[in-house]
Design a protein around this ligand. Structure first.
Ligand SMILES: [Zn+2]
Length: 358
């Protein structure tokens, strides 16, 4: 058995496709919940604007449950705001920020792209929080930042969603134009987060699952650009797409990130089959995949015994790191979060991940 690793060492080994001592619950999305906000007396929306509060919320799931990693920001509108999206942070209740208006001229050719993303809106706040987390945890626990990638960010918060969806079929040139206009800006933000202290970038491109677009469109309109982003963002990085991804898992792997994650719509066993096929084609022995338990139906609803059983099954199916299928749902009780992490450790010896050194 490999020597016991700390969470940072385990993360680095997995990212480099090397042996690990056991399966980690690798936190690479948002793990902020209302029970944690209450416990640490920090809440949304204030924590979106204050680096010290942001840091406190990001580390809460590590401090309380030993979830391996801390991740900022906590929402998906960071990149879209400097492009003209206006958001409601819901000052009176705890909710994800939502977009209330888009730039008047939202076609790619009309967008004004800031040439100093490091100074834009909340990006300095996130960088400061990453500095603080890096100071405290470098070499011990991985610090992760995520970005919402151009297609999902643009189609959800900048352009008119329906029009952008229709472009995929009727005017794909517009999608290529959108990428040409936006790709550098998003790559810059990711690299700014890396420089500020993030050990890894999660690229979220969640609007591109096979629920939303055909695998053919994914291959033509998304994959080449994700591949370019991954090449130009300092490694390591992780590609996350939720929704159904079985038909595109091989393509996700080919995008070139160090690892991928998906949600419960993609069955782990099917994912594993696709992964093995792609590894054989690429001539690589193994590739890490993570996920994929239901954040609401299982982790929020519980009870703890059910969480324990589901984690056990997941590990027996060959997952390489455990996480909910997407962000932790904000009403998940702390006990369920802890049970999730503890069962990952409990069943790791019987896991069939190809990364565990026996
Ligand atoms: Zn997701």
């Amino acid at each position: 058995m490999a020597e016991e690793m700390n969470p940072y060492e385990r993360f680095v080994a997995l990212a480099e496709h090397k042996d690990i001592d056991r399966i980690p619950s690798l936190n690479h999305l948002s793990s902020v919940t209302i029970p944690l906000m209450r416990k640490y007396n920090v809440k949304w929306p204030e924590a979106h604007f204050d680096p010290a509060m942001m840091t406190k919320l990001a580390e809460a799931s590590w401090l309380d449950c030993k979830l391996e990693g801390m991740c900022v920001p906590f929402d998906l509108v960071v990149e879209a705001e400097p492009l003209g999206a206006v958001c409601d942070y819901h000052p009176d209740k705890i909710l994800w920020p939502s977009c209330i208006s888009r730039p008047e001229k939202w076609e790619p050719k009309d967008l004004k792209i800031p040439d100093d993303p490091q100074n834009q809106m909340r990006i300095p706040v996130i960088c400061k929080a990453l500095n603080m987390l890096h100071e405290k945890y470098y070499g011990k626990v991985p610090v992760v930042a995520y970005i919402n990638c151009p297609y999902t960010s643009y189609s959800s918060y900048v352009g008119e969603t329906t029009d952008v969806l229709i472009w995929c079929r009727t005017n794909p040139e517009k999608i290529h134009e959108m990428w040409d206009v936006l790709i550098d800006y998003y790559i810059d933000i990711a690299n700014i987060f890396r420089e500020a202290g993030a050990d890894m970038i999660t690229l979220r491109e969640e609007g591109t699952s096979s629920d939303n677009m055909s695998p053919k469109h994914f291959r033509e309109l998304i994959k080449p650009y994700l591949t370019e982003m991954i090449k130009r963002i300092k490694k390591p990085n992780l590609l996350h797409i939720c929704g159904l991804t079985t038909p595109i898992i091989g393509d996700m792997i080919e995008c070139g990130a160090n690892m991928i994650s998906f949600e419960e719509r993609t069955k782990t066993t099917e994912g594993d089959e696709e992964r093995n096929k792609k590894c054989a084609e690429l001539g690589i022995p193994r590739y890490p995949i993570g996920g994929n338990l239901s954040a609401f139906g299982l982790l929020k609803e519980g009870p703890a015994e059910r969480v324990n059983g589901a984690v056990r099954r997941l590990l027996q199916q060959g997952i390489d790191f455990t996480m909910p299928g997407c962000d932790w749902y904000i009403e998940i009780p702390i006990e369920h979060m802890c049970e999730f992490v503890n069962s990952t450790i409990q069943y790791s010896p019987e896991a069939i991940s190809k990364f565990i050194k026996r």
